[in-house]
Design a protein around this ligand. Structure first.
Ligand code: MTE
Length: 303
């Protein structure tokens, strides 16, 4: 496991956070126009959302060096090493299916949208967690623009599939392209984010550049990276992890300490950078906001 504490890091690796903190101070004083000219192209700014956790974020180093992005390999350090090959510009996201106004969104226009900073917990099904300061906008705003029809009951997402840029897809560890899905009410929930950045910059490629989903009350694998297609559909769509191991990964995958993974307990988690484990909270601590979405459902059956 590649667990580093901030004080183990050479100062060169800590700089991005210092830059980030400066940027937040700028934003706090209203001096948005002064935003760091040196990396102006990559820098993003946005209002801090009230939906953020007050927990301290993990360092950029932890967030960008300990990743799951199987298209670039199955080791935690593979994405940081290999995702550099991914060409994230130009990039489009096609939104289609059960919608009145299907559209192809260009990434440049998406990056110019009003963004929010959302500091969310991310709980991986493997038993570790992080706190990540995302920049993005609610998926609901994009979905409203394409006007879902009454038959749109689910939303299916697809990652880019580029064998020349993704060394991991040569192996059939998953049924590529990586696919995920949400029920329409989950997709429209205000917590559900399309992230285009973190720590005030565009997303590192290993974190799913140029645009990825973040669903903070579900296990991390629902938060699909490097999205090229969003399809509104009538039937529950197939998802990569459910296809690979249906008894281990359900469609819902809500963080649930009461439902063990068949091969390990989900009762606790290790926050990356910490030594002691902590208890995992139902819905990853977002129960107050999302539990009503599942009223009347047996969450042991619908895991
Ligand atoms: N998206 C794609 N396309 N491919 C993947 O392998 N891994 C998932 C999810 N999204 C994955 C993906 C898993 S298992 C987790 S825990 C999160 O991404 C990790 O996100 P992070 O690397 O930004 O922390």
């Amino acid at each position: 496991m590649l667990i580093k504490r901030p004080d183990d890091l050479p100062s060169s690796e800590i700089t991005p956070e210092a830059v980030y903190l400066d940027r937040r101070r700028f934003l706090a004083t209203g001096a948005v126009g002064l935003l760091l000219s040196a990396d102006a192209l990559a820098a993003l700014s946005g209002r801090k959302s009230a939906l953020s956790t007050s927990e301290a974020p993990n360092s950029l180093d932890e967030i960008s060096r300990y990743n799951n992005f199987y298209e670039f390999g199955t080791s935690k350090d593979d994405p940081a090493r290999h995702a550099t090959a991914l060409k994230t510009h130009p990039w489009t996201v096609t939104v289609e299916g059960e919608v009145e106004k299907p559209r192809i969104f260009d990434i440049d226009a998406l990056l110019r949208r009003p963004l929010e900073e959302r500091i969310y917990r991310l709980r991986c099904v493997e038993g570790w967690s992080m706190v990540i300061p995302w920049m993005g906008f609610p998926l609901a705003t994009l979905l409203r623009e394409v006007v879902p029809t009454s038959r749109a009951k689910y939303v299916a997402f697809e990652t880019a599939l580029r064998p020349a840029e993704m060394p991991g897809v040569g192996r059939k560890v998953l049924d590529w392209p990586y696919r995920e899905g949400l029920r329409i009410d989950e997709a429209m929930h205000p917590l559900t984010l399309l992230a285009v950045g973190l720590y005030g910059n565009v997303l590192p490629k290993q974190n799913g550049a140029p645009i990825r989903l973040v669903v903070p009350w579900k296990y991390g694998f629902k938060s699909i990276k490097s999205i090229v297609r969003i399809r509104l559909v009538e039937k529950q769509p197939p998802t990569s992890w459910n296809l690979a191991a249906p008894s281990e990964y359900g469609f819902y995958s809500n963080v649930n300490p009461a439902v063990d993974h068949p091969r390990w307990s989900q009762a606790s988690e290790r926050r990356i950078g910490e030594f002691f484990k902590r208890k995992t909270l139902p819905f990853n601590g977002y129960a107050e906001q999302v539990a009503q979405l599942y009223r009347g459902m047996d969450l042991k059956k619908n895991f």
